[in-house]
Design a protein around this ligand. Structure first.
Ligand code: FUB
Length: 370
């Protein structure tokens, strides 16, 4: 999640929307440089690869699933809470979830209304961030990160008999859960795993000792030559509400078999993980956060380790990039977000486009701009 409110980021936040609307003047050098990173070329009209799926509300972090042949999207519901942007991501002050559904890619998108409200989560304090969902034995499970009343992120679960809710939250967070961005994957053997975590505003760096340390900044900024903090992965018990055993590291290795390092901002895990299985291999995909890439790493087990393979989506417009991948009717799709509708970091819109695996198992690079 957004953090390190760098000069570049400030400039991007303030000026990128203006660039889009009026075409940046090349004399505004810094603005133009930053805009280049999201391919907002000076003097050129931006052309997006795909269009927002819905414009009546702002949505982000789309976790898509196919249940009973229909597509359901579990996104964050972005709102303008009037909170200034800061390093902790306080401006992402979401309060409820709306689930979107569609019969097919390109079909009509339905907003199914409020599925879960923060006021109905007994342990919640603030900030309902990126959710995910799963189905098992007649019950739909909605997994969500939210800060507790002490301002510490944990992951909760809520259940419903209907994929679009309403969902009823469990009274406590999942024991042993922390940080943000749950992504739930059920393997072909029926075992279900949760990947979770996000550094900086997502607080993952505050848990490196096994317990929460409010000053956990040391792990990302002062140990640049140490292995990067890993995304976490936990097996879920058959009840889908508790972790089975210990939380493990989803380690990403380089081509020499060495863990990626903290300083490797272009490749190391930041947040927004997802898992899909293709031709028997496990594809761990994630955002690099401050460098705005979506990358992939491949392994032989859902628990990893995963070997880094490359970028599969270039930076979108906006600071955050977050995705999910599904297969439907023999084709693969990536759901993602950008800030096309608002030009504002915290008011995003979800999109979808096709994702292609090459014959050698690599993923074809996607450019979110034409
Ligand atoms: O939507 C809030 C946060 O922004 C998510 O949890 C991150 O993945 C980033 O998209």
């Amino acid at each position: 999640m957004s953090k390190q409110f760098t000069t570049a980021k400030l400039i991007l936040t303030l000026f990128a929307p203006l660039c889009i609307l009026s075409a940046c003047n090349s004399s505004t050098k810094k603005t133009a440089d930053v805009a280049d990173s999201t391919k907002v070329d000076t003097g050129k009209k931006v052309k997006y690869l795909s269009q927002p799926l819905i414009s009546s509300i702002y949505t982000a972090d789309p976790s898509a699933h196919v249940f009973n042949g229909k597509i359901y999207i579990y996104p964050s519901h972005d709102i303008n809470a009037g909170i200034p942007e800061n390093d902790n991501g306080d401006h992402f002050a979401m309060k409820d979830y709306h689930i979107l559904s569609m019969d097919s890619i390109g079909g009509k998108v339905t907003d199914n209304g409020v599925a879960l409200d923060i006021k109905d989560i007994p342990w919640a304090g603030r900030q309902l961030w990126a959710p995910d969902a799963a189905y098992k034995n007649g019950t739909y499970y909605l997994y969500f990160p939210v800060k507790d009343k002490k301002d510490v992120f944990h992951i909760g679960v809520a259940t419903s008999a209907n994929p679009v809710g309403p969902f009823k939250a469990e009274p406590e967070p999942i024991a042993g859960s922390y940080s943000i961005d749950p992504a739930v994957f059920t393997d072909t053997d029926g075992k279900t795993y949760m990947y979770f975590g996000g550094i900086w505003g997502g607080q993952l760096q505050r848990w490196t000792t096994g317990k929460y340390e409010a000053d956990g900044s040391k792990t990302d900024s002062k140990q640049e030559d140490a292995p990067a903090i890993s995304c976490k992965v936990a097996l879920l018990k058959p009840d889908m509400k508790t972790f089975d055993g210990t939380v493990k590291d989803a380690v990403i290795l380089d081509s020499l078999g060495k863990p990626l390092l903290t300083k490797d901002h272009d490749r190391r895990f930041f947040e927004g993980s997802w898992m899909h299985k293709y031709n028997g291999k496990y594809y761990f995909t994630y955002s690099t956060g401050d460098t705005h890439f979506l990358c992939y790493a491949i392994g032989n087990s859902p628990l990893g380790p995963f070997t880094y393979k490359g970028v599969f989506m270039k930076p979108v417009q906006g600071w955050t990039t977050h995705h999910s991948i599904i297969e439907i009717k023999g084709k693969w799709y990536i759901f993602y977000h950008d800030t096309q509708l608002s030009g504002k970091t915290h008011l995003r819109n979800v999109k979808v486009t096709e994702l292609q695996h090459n014959a050698d198992g690599s993923i074809k690079l996607i450019d979110p701009f034409l």
